[in-house]
Design a protein around this ligand. Structure first.
Ligand SMILES: [Zn+2]
Length: 496
């Protein structure tokens, strides 16, 4: 809202623009959604009002008078982000009214030292204001039980929640004075729902939107006894809203609670917070202007685990990892074998494998790998796949088809070795499909087939015509990384 004001445009317009940009970025990174909805929707307004009314009728909302900063020049109460001053904790200058960016402490805007209004520059005054509070403590027992259920939240988050619960739950201010972007509280003119009340409700709104688009009835998904899974993936900074307020709001309004909430850590670049001046504040679009999404998808997958740790995009390590794992190991299997099949056997694979038992071992790894994906251990999954790629390369290196091909009598042996190698590649490319969908498509084109399920690799591809091999992924040059950093720098300079 502050940004829209600065740019002199409507907040709705800014939201629409961002919505479109985000959707395009996701789609160009090969991330698809059954429904990509917005929290600024009529469905969300309806649900926010419904949940509020049910909480109010259940006596979980309390109206209290508190002090808030008021800009007398502009005749308005100031939202947290409309006021700046010195941090009451570390005295850092120029901090917003809700949290300090230097020492990370949170506080009330009225605690700021030497506050000033961002709108008029005047010194705001404290005035009485009625606000609406959600009685979170009413849900202490339900939250306690929910957290203790196995697999609802990660152990690190469960420990943090236990601290919060043991410390006693505070009432939560769910209202903000106008002007505020969002939904007005139905029975309180001039008061708006705090963004973190209606933001998670957006999940229900999106569910409703898709339900209506498809003409279905999914109301049973939301009842307390529903067996439908409701799983949230979020950043660790918003764990508080998703693991305390959200389940409590749902329960208080007669809806089911989430099946699980999984938190990710933050992403750093070269070991530090993204920095505009160092050229490490890289936007999704800037990356896409230079490289295919598969590279970054692989790198992130190789670093992600089921826990809440931060992950680092180290640009040197990124180049080294992609060049060694994807190009040096994975693609290498296919590129070493394909030429012999097209040159000496008219593109036809052998009619049997020289070592069917070894092939079987590759196929049987699928259970372990599926389990790793399922338990969100993506790093372990990629390592298990790369270990198989090492074995495939060792096989080819030991069989030396490039030596054997010199002896015309060994032509069929070479066809067998290369058929074995290419079938290894086929299995590995399909294991990696969730991470590398484009590589999967290229492998399909190369093998003249369409893989939609891992089970299709149970039987090897034999006596089958394949296409001429074309480089599916190429090495990343460090110059490309420099170009990305340069663009990131100039891009941000132009917009600041
Ligand atoms: Zn501070």
């Amino acid at each position: 809202m502050l940004r829209a004001r600065t740019l002199g445009i409507e907040a709705e317009h800014l939201i629409d623009e961002m919505h479109t940009e985000h959707h395009q970025d996701f789609s160009d990174f090969d991330l698809s959604f059954d429904n990509f909805h917005t929290t600024h929707s009529s469905e969300n307004r309806d649900y926010a009002e419904l949940i509020y009314r049910r909480l109010r009728d259940g006596k979980h909302i309390e109206v209290r008078t508190i002090q808030q900063l008021y800009d007398a020049e502009k005749s308005m109460f100031l939202p947290d982000r409309f006021v700046k001053g010195q941090c009451p904790n570390c005295r850092a200058e120029d901090q917003y009214g809700d949290a300090c960016e230097v020492c990370a402490s949170t506080y009330d805007a009225t605690d700021l030292i030497e506050p000033r209004s961002v709108v008029s520059g005047s010194t705001p005054v404290a005035r009485d204001s009625e606000q609406y509070f959600f009685k979170l403590e009413h849900f202490q027992p339900q939250l306690q039980a929910w957290i203790q259920d196995q697999g609802r939240v990660q152990p690190e988050i469960a420990n943090k929640l236990k601290e919060w619960l043991d410390g006693g739950l505070q009432d939560w201010d769910i209202s903000r004075n106008a002007p505020y972007f969002g939904f007005e509280i139905p029975d309180a003119p001039g008061k708006y729902f705090y963004v973190w009340l209606d933001a998670p409700i957006g999940y229900l709104a999106s569910h409703k939107n898709l339900e209506q688009r498809l003409g279905e009835d999914w109301s049973a998904d939301l009842t307390p006894d529903s067996s439908t899974e409701m799983v949230h993936f979020i950043g660790k900074d918003i764990a508080y809203f998703h693991t305390l307020f959200w389940p409590a709001m749902l329960h208080g309004a007669g809806f089911r609670m989430p099946s699980a909430v999984y938190c990710h850590g933050f992403l750093t670049v070269n070991g530090a917070k993204m920095s505009k001046s160092r050229g490490t504040f890289i936007k999704a679009r800037t990356y896409l202007n230079h490289l295919e999404p598969d590279y970054l998808r692989y790198y992130f997958a190789s670093k992600l685990s089921a826990n809440v740790e931060d992950i680092d995009l180290n640009l040197d390590d990124f180049v080294a990892r992609i060049n060694s794992d994807l190009v040096g190991k994975l693609i290498n299997i296919a590129s070493r074998c394909a030429g012999f099949i097209s040159k000496h056997h008219e593109g036809q694979l052998a009619s049997s494998l020289p070592d069917p038992a070894a092939y079987q071992q590759f196929v049987e790894a699928s259970d372990t790998i599926a389990e790793l994906y399922e338990s969100r251990e993506y790093g372990k999954a990629t390592r298990a796949i790369m270990a198989l790629a090492d074995r495939a390369n060792e096989y080819i290196a030991a069989e030396e088809p490039w030596v054997k091909i010199k002896d015309p009598e060994q032509a069929h042996t070479v066809q067998g070795i290369c058929t074995q190698g290419l079938n290894y590649f086929r299995v590995l490319a399909s294991f990696l499909r969730p991470v590398l969908p484009r590589l999967g498509d290229k492998a399909d084109a190369f093998f003249n087939e369409h893989i939609t399920h891992w089970d299709q690799c149970h039987a090897p591809l034999l006596a089958h015509n394949i296409n001429r091999f074309q480089a599916m992924l190429t090495r990343i040059d460090s110059k490309t990384i420099e170009a990305i950093k340069d663009e990131a720098k100039s891009d941000l300079n132009a917009h600041v």
